[in-house]
Every structure is written in structure tokens, then in C-alpha cells.
Design a protein around this ligand. Structure first.
Ligand code: GRF
Length: 192
């Protein structure tokens, strides 16, 4: 099912709001975009982000997360059907198993709201503020079997100001996420 010659077929996994998905969709619509989003899968049927797919007429699947193995089995089937070249996790709050990564056999990218390797996992902004860090940021990295540990594709940092709190920092970093994720995909695809 190679629908768009010359463009790579991308799938996006989400769990909630989907603001990163929105930014990826927007960038995919540029004339010279090197990728096309063919489908969106959510582990949460109520994810608001599914509406962005709907608006852009992108195929969407809500696969209820009864268990990791059932979710992954169903997703894999769909990813293969659409001949997906690259899977992008965008606010996808589940950890993919090693077996899924192996069976999918195509690259997987993730966006993480910290300057990796600092602050893998959750509560990144709180940890950065508590540690009195001077900088925060976002990273796009390849997904491997270790949480938030794959090769970094692109990062951008911003200053943490004295007046920043978790919410203000989260908002500033989210803006950076929207900026770097599409760029990281293009960079990654160029070197593929
Ligand atoms: C983003 O900050 C992402 O980095 C993190 O969860 C948030 C998801 O936001 N993993 P959204 O669903 O893309 O709006």
C-alpha cells in the first residue's frame, strides 16, 4: 500500500492531547515534505488527539490497552498493512516491548521533554527545577529497548528563568517539541 511515491510512510502513536501530532500533521502537508502520515494509533479511545487525525482524514485506530501483548499484536498488524517506514511516538505513554521493536523492524522515534540523557522517564520539568538546572529542553531520539536511551537525533535547549515554574517550563518546552519533532524526522529520513 505505497500511497505516496517519494514520501516515507509514517505512523504516529499517541495517548492523549496530541499537540505533537498536530505539529507533525501540519508539517507533513508542506509541499516538499519528505513524509506522509498514513495512520494514527491511540491506546486510549478518548484521546483528544484523534480529532486531529479525523480533521485531516488520516486513518485512525483506537486500540484499547487490555494488555501490552494484545495492543502490540493488533498495532503490528496495522503497521504492516500500511507498509509503514517509520513509527513516531508522540505523547505515547506506554513502553513498547523489545519483541515489538524487533518484529516491527523499522525505526521508531520518540519525543521526550528533557535534555536527554538527563531526566529519562516522567516529571522531567519538576526534576530540572528542583535541581536548579540552568537549561531545559526537548530531545527526539531513536527508540530502543531501554527507556529514553536510544540515539539522539535532535535536541534544543532553552534557559530556565528564575520566575519559571513547572507549568511555565512545560509550556515553553512543548513549543520546542513542536518545532524540533518535524525537523528531526526530516533529518532522520535524509540519513536513512
Ligand atoms: C509531550 O510533552 C511529550 O514530550 C510527552 O508527553 C507530552 C505529550 O503532549 N511525552 P501531546 O500529547 O503531544 O500534546
Amino acid at each position: 500500500m505505497e500511497k505516496y511515491p517519494g514520501k516515507k510512510n509514517i505512523a504516529v502513536f499517541i495517548s492523549g492531547r496530541g499537540s505533537n501530532l498536530k505539529s507533525l500533521i501540519k508539517n507533513s502537508k508542506r509541499k516538499n515534505s519528505s513524509y506522509k502520515i498514513l495512520l494514527v494509533i491511540s491506546n486510549n479511545p478518548n484521546a483528544a488527539g484523534l480529532n486531529y487525525a479525523l480533521k485531516s482524514k488520516i486513518k485512525q485506530y483506537a486500540i484499547e490497552y487490555k494488555s501490552k501483548s494484545s495492543f502490540e499484536r493488533q498495532s503490528l498488524k496495522i503497521l504492516k498493512k500500511y507498509k509503514i517506514d517509520l513509527l513516531c511516538l508522540a505523547g505515547f505513554m506506554k513502553i513498547l516491548s523489545g519483541s515489538f521493536i524487533k518484529k516491527f523492524s523499522k525505526p521508531i522515534l520518540n519525543i521526550h521533554p528533557s535534555l536527554l540523557p538527563k531526566y529519562k522517564g516522567l516529571n522531567t520539568h519538576l526534576r530540572a527545577i528542583k535541581n536548579k538546572d540552568k537549561f531545559a529542553g526537548a530531545s527526539v531520539h531513536k527508540v530502543n529497548q531501554k527507556l529514553d536511551s536510544g540515539k539522539i537525533i535532535l535536541q534544543k535547549k532553552i534557559k530556565i528563568l528564575k520566575k519559571d515554574n513547572v507549568i511555565s517550563l512545560k509550556n515553553k518546552v512543548l513549543k520546542i517539541e513542536h518545532e524540533i519533532y518535524p525537523k528531526a524526522i526530516v533529518k532522520f529520513l535524509t540519513n536513512l
